[in-house]
Design a protein around this ligand. Structure first.
Ligand SMILES: [Zn+2]
Length: 319
């Protein structure tokens, strides 16, 4: 598809732009009737899209460790049995990319994010509720390219993707002068850019409409995910620690192209004397890990409810 044709096709789509006001989204029905109608009509035109099957290890890049995707996702497998929901966690940084530094010796963001992701995985396995399968986009101290992290979410068929980070003040600001957590989702401009790119990369008009729709639908879900995370961390850490849900001010490229609800969380300032100490300790991270587990379960439940997805515990029987 050439650019002008793709652009006019997109112009003719009557989707409203996403993210212009978080509150407007929150008060609106979701998924919108328009999305549902579009989805219902296009699933026939684009069979197979949105249906995840499979399984094999997904190579990231040559020389990088593989991510083992679960056997199947998205509700119900070929046997008719309910399948675990997949959650992708991305421990920020890794390898030579240390991330923010703490005041203690050897305290780096890359270690904190990996330890936090590991703990969330364990807690999700122990917590009550439908089975959730966790995919870590980095399981060891290695550098993983940004695009490979996004592909980790997409290829594993994850229902949500959270990139975990710790903060540090920018150059020129006194270390220790800022604290608290903040949550990021993609802004409307990036979403529209991604929708256009997805459409332009499609084989025909129907696929282009579907691809653009999927990007916008994921962006709407991302705002809900951001809110749920923000609420859970506020409850755990107190309103004084809340710095807000933002759409700019951090490197958000990792959220692009995931194809699913995606948020980046700066869980605290590693360069703050007290907060940094907490983040560097198992006990200090525990409330954050538990809050994120609660947020993940809450989002998954709400997302599935809204889809009207029934998760039968046994295969359906013939009428
Ligand atoms: Zn970071």
């Amino acid at each position: 598809m050439n650019v002008s044709r793709g652009a006019s096709l997109l112009k003719n789509l009557s989707h409203r732009r996403q993210g212009s006001a978080l509150d407007a989204f929150v008060s609106s029905p979701w998924p919108s009737a328009r999305h549902l109608v579009l989805a219902a009509s296009l699933v026939v035109l684009a069979p197979g899209r949105g249906v995840h099957a499979t399984a094999a290890p997904v190579p990231l890049v040559t020389g990088e460790p593989s991510i083992v995707a679960p056997l199947a996702v998205a509700g119900v497998g070929l046997s008719g049995r309910a399948l675990p929901t997949v959650v992708a966690l991305d421990p920020g940084h890794g390898g030579t990319n240390l991330g923010a530094s703490g005041s203690g010796r050897g305290v780096f963001e890359k270690k904190v994010t990996l330890a936090l992701a590991d703990r969330i995985r364990v807690l999700l396995g122990e917590s009550q509720g439908p089975e959730i399968s966790v995919v870590l986009c980095r399981e060891s101290d290695v550098m993983v390219p940004i695009r490979a992290r996004a592909r980790c979410a997409q290829d594993s068929g994850a229902r949500l993707f959270i990139s975990l980070h710790t903060n540090a003040v920018p150059a020129g600001v006194r270390p220790g002068s800022q604290h608290g957590f903040e949550v990021f989702v993609l802004g409307p401009r990036e979403v529209e850019d991604d929708a256009t790119l997805a459409a332009l990369g499609s084989d025909d008009d129907a696929a282009a409409v579907w691809a653009a729709h999927e990007v916008r639908a994921a962006a709407e879900k991302s705002i809900l995910l951001g809110r749920v995370i923000n609420d859970a961390l506020t409850q755990a850490l107190g309103p004084a620690a809340r710095r807000g849900i933002k759409q700019a001010g951090a490197a958000l490229d990792v959220l692009r192209g995931t194809g699913t609800a995606s948020a980046l969380v700066e869980v605290g300032f590693l360069d703050h004397p007290e907060e940094g100490m907490r983040l560097a300790s198992v006990e200090g991270r525990e409330p954050i890990a538990r809050a994120l587990v609660a947020a993940i379960r809450s989002f998954v439940q709400r997302d599935e409810d809204r889809e009207g997805l029934t998760r039968a515990s046994s295969p359906p029987t013939a009428p």
